[in-house]
Ligand binder design. Sequence first.
Ligand code: 11C
Length: 329
Amino acid sequence: MKIAVVGATGMVGEIMLKVLAERNFPVTELIPVASEKSVGKEVEFKGKKYTIKSMEEAVMMKPDIALFSAGGSISLECAPKFAEVGTTVIDNSSAWRMDPTKKLIVPEINADSLTKEDKIIANPNCSTIQLVMALSPLHKKYGIKRVVVSTYQSITGTGVKAVKQLENEYKDVKGDMAYNYPIHRNAIPHCDVFEDNGYTKEEMKLVKETKKILRDDTVLVTATAVRIPVVGGHSETVNIEFEKDFDLGDIRQILHETPGITVQDNTDTNTYPMPLYAEGKDDVFVGRIRRDESQKNTMNMWIVADNLRKGAATNTVQIAEYLVANKLV
Ligand code: 11C
């Protein structure tokens, strides 16, 4: 497979290269693409150096698959150019996710909807991916009525500028600010921009993308997204009301048997997921599974995942793997 990685020098792009190598993706030719100022520089992949190409050069090389992590506006402009030359684009930005003509894919849940005609495929938002990974098998068994989710999001979701801001604040050094406020020793209830309804765009992604991936508009979701001074991954408290009653042992068993999920849930041993330990891992970790004693058919849990891995690069590469395995490219 001739593979382009668009945004190869960014935080997610670098991990895409790492994940492609780790999973031994069948790359016959790698085309790293980045902004004009990086063109001509080199990136390393499996011990070999590759020269960074411009977008135009990469389109002309007609890759089989282009993994995009270059932001929404670049994706809106450039993904169709690749699609026109026959490349299948898997895009990590929010640009195409809610376009009714584009599929929004978490491979473990809905990759079976993909066809050869899907030339631009959307990768969901990181906080949505880890949420739906745990919701999907439970929805199948018990029918989800309503989800209340609160997130505790890693600063890596904002990007390298936020990581720098936190480092500067640790050292008490002045520098560029990624946020309106200090992030060190803080919790900022503001991820992405505010929308007219008073929610942030990040919160509305959790609402809209969840329905689309579960293929069920009747699932009610409300969200609060908070940025915290953590780098290993996003964490989420999730309250789920089901149509049917459930047994907690069965819930643990279902999640335990779900590929891509690791249950870490033992109060006797203080075992529960934490972002410090999720960092660099591809699984979604679930714990603190317990009944909501205030309402019938309702439970609480805690979900943690590395937002740059399963929340972004790994999910994108898994979509590419599905396309290859099913001869859709
Ligand atoms: C964050 N979830 O942590 C965001 C980062 O829509 O793909 C990814 C933004 C997106 O702030």
